[in-house]
Design a protein around this ligand. Structure first.
Ligand SMILES: Nc1ncnc2c1ncn2[C@@H]1O[C@H](COP(=O)(O)OP(=O)(O)O)[C@@H](O)[C@H]1O
Ligand SMILES: [Mg+2]
Length: 358
């Protein structure tokens, strides 16, 4: 009997467009875990946002369906606050959730409130990382070079579309990228070459958010760096995304095999140094913890623009983040263990904070 065995609660699924991606991640993580080190318990969140627990997982799993628990299956849905209130100090929650309602600080807030150790970024870091406008404002404050952008609330768009369009045309021109402020996986994102494109793109983006950001199009390679750590974050080698489509859209990400990941990316030592410097700066700018993936555009002239950071990047073994670490010498299962250790480290640190004036 191993007394140092940690209990790991995996949170996956989620009320999110990235539900399926999360399911695949959960399967991969489970199959990489060392069951002599961890007691593993699943917590499935349905697309409707209901939470379900399942029995302890003691070995590898073949099918995603084995991870889906609903009213008709193993257990009744739980009340998250009640459930997590009863978990003990030596347990760690690993939210394998992407996008809104998971990567955006909401789940993190719940876990924080309940004083539970959890993997990854905290409330503010997650929220800022999820909202592309807030993220860019914070980056600007820290002197990070990024594409020019403007943003508009739905109300402004509804009131005067012509004025919004002309503002975009005069400040950015074409091509430009239209994005819902709070989403991921390229959902609702369009590349626009004309005013007609722009109008369509804006209307589409407002279906997903009441805040829409528009950016100048950058012509460059897409290079990514994986960051791991808390107070002393470290960087992986660089990787390049080579989409065969016009840009790295949802299909290129998840539906087809049209994207190549080039690891290591072919960048000069100087560029790599700048990339890591900017990655750390971005991580610290949002007060990151655990992990982020920092994404850049690198132009022909080696000008570097930060595109975004992801506070819960794609995490299957064939995703960029784990692959970058693998080729930097950290295997998938070791990476998971590092993240759990970092979660505990931060939780212990948190406990030292005074909450009264005594
Ligand atoms: N300003 C830009 N210039 C050029 N390409 C862009 C720009 N913004 C986004 N893209 C393309 O769109 C993709 C998705 O945009 P991104 O902001 O990364 O959204 P998501 O958060 O959904 O990943 C990028 O990977 C890139 O291919
Ligand atoms: Mg992206």
């Amino acid at each position: 009997m191993n007394n140092n065995k940690k209990t790991l609660r995996l949170l996956y699924g989620g009320k999110s467009a990235e539900h399926e991606v999360s399911m695949r991640t959960a399967l991969s993580v489970i199959n990489a875990l060392n069951f002599t080190k961890f007691n593993v318990f699943p917590v499935y969140i349905s697309k409707a946002g209901k939470w379900f627990t399942g029995p302890q997982i003691n070995g590898k799993i073949k099918n995603i369906n084995e991870l889906i628990f609903t009213e008709n299956g193993h257990d009744q849905s739980i009340i998250p606050a009640q459930f997590f209130a009863s978990i003990t100090d030596d347990e760690v929650v690993f939210p394998l959730l992407h996008g809104p309602n998971g990567e955006d600080g909401t789940v993190q807030g719940l876990l924080e409130l309940l004083n539970v150790a959890y993997v990854g970024n905290g409330v503010a870091a997650s929220a800022v990382g999820m909202d592309k406008v807030f993220m860019k404002q914070v980056f600007a404050q820290h002197g990070l070079t990024q594409p020019n952008y403007v943003y508009f609330m739905r109300q402004e768009w509804n009131e005067d579309q012509e004025q919004v369009c002309s503002k975009i045309e005069t400040t950015l021109g074409y091509p430009c990228f239209v994005k819902p402020a709070n989403l991921g996986s390229s959902v609702g994102i369009s590349k626009c070459m004309s005013k007609d494109d722009l109008k369509q793109a804006m209307n589409l983006a407002y279906e997903y958010d009441r805040k829409v950001i528009v950016e100048e199009g950058i012509v460059g390679r897409e290079i990514e760096i994986a960051v791991l750590g808390n107070d002393e974050p470290r960087c992986s080698i660089a990787g390049e995304i080579v989409p065969k489509t016009d840009f790295y859209d949802y299909n290129a990400k998840y539906e087809d095999d049209s994207t190549d990941l080039l690891i290591p990316a072919k960048v000069s030592e100087t560029v790599y140094e700048q990339l890591t410097e900017m990655s750390i700066k971005a991580f610290q700018a949002i007060d990151g913890s655990g992990l982020v993936r920092a994404d850049f555009f690198v132009t022909e002239q080696d000008d570097i623009y930060i595109n975004e950071i992801n506070t819960m990047p794609g995490f299957t073994p064939v995703s960029m983040y784990p692959l970058l670490w693998k080729q930097s010498g950290l295997e998938y299962s070791e990476l998971i263990e590092s993240l759990v250790d970092l979660a505990i480290e931060r939780h212990v640190e948190q406990q030292k904070i005074k909450h009264t004036m005594e």
